[in-house]
Structure formats: C-alpha cells, structure tokens
Write a protein that binds this ligand. Structure first.
Ligand SMILES: [Zn+2]
Length: 78
C-alpha cells in the first residue's frame, strides 16, 4: 500500500512533485519570457505603496498523480 502522504486521493496512484511554470515575468527583450515561481498571498493583502506588488505569503508546491494526472497544490510558507 502506498504511503498516505504520497498516494492520490482518487486512485491511490503515486504522487510525483512537479514544478508549475508561469512565464508572466518579462525577460530582457520579450514579455513573458521568464518563468517565475508560483506564489500566493492573503486575499486582502494590500499592494506595496512603492512597487505596487503584493507581498507573498508563501510558495505554491504541486504534485501530480502518475496514474490519473490529478494535480494537488499545497501552500508552503517560504
Ligand atoms: Zn490518481
């Protein structure tokens, strides 16, 4: 039986860590050319007065089921 932490809740398949790719960050010459790490923030987090960016509360980690393809997301405070 698979480890509870690494088993898919749908089919009990093995879960494999994956990287979520988001290419919204501008590169040197092309818009959206660079990949960035997917992060999250509190729903009411205000943007910075200086940069307009919303401070992140953590990083989104993902795992995919090797059998059915289900992706599970977890927030990681880092
Ligand atoms: Zn599965």
């Amino acid at each position: 039986m698979a480890d509870k932490k690494s088993a898919c809740p749908d089919c009990q398949g093995q879960m494999q860590p994956i990287k979520l790719l988001d290419a919204t960050h501008p590169g040197l010459h092309l818009t959206g050319a660079r990949h960035v790490e997917t992060t999250y923030a509190a729903v009411d987090a205000p943007p910075s007065l200086f940069t307009g960016t919303i401070p992140k509360a953590g990083t989104v980690k993902a795992r995919i089921c090797q059998e059915c393809g289900r992706i599970i997301l977890h927030g990681s405070r880092s």
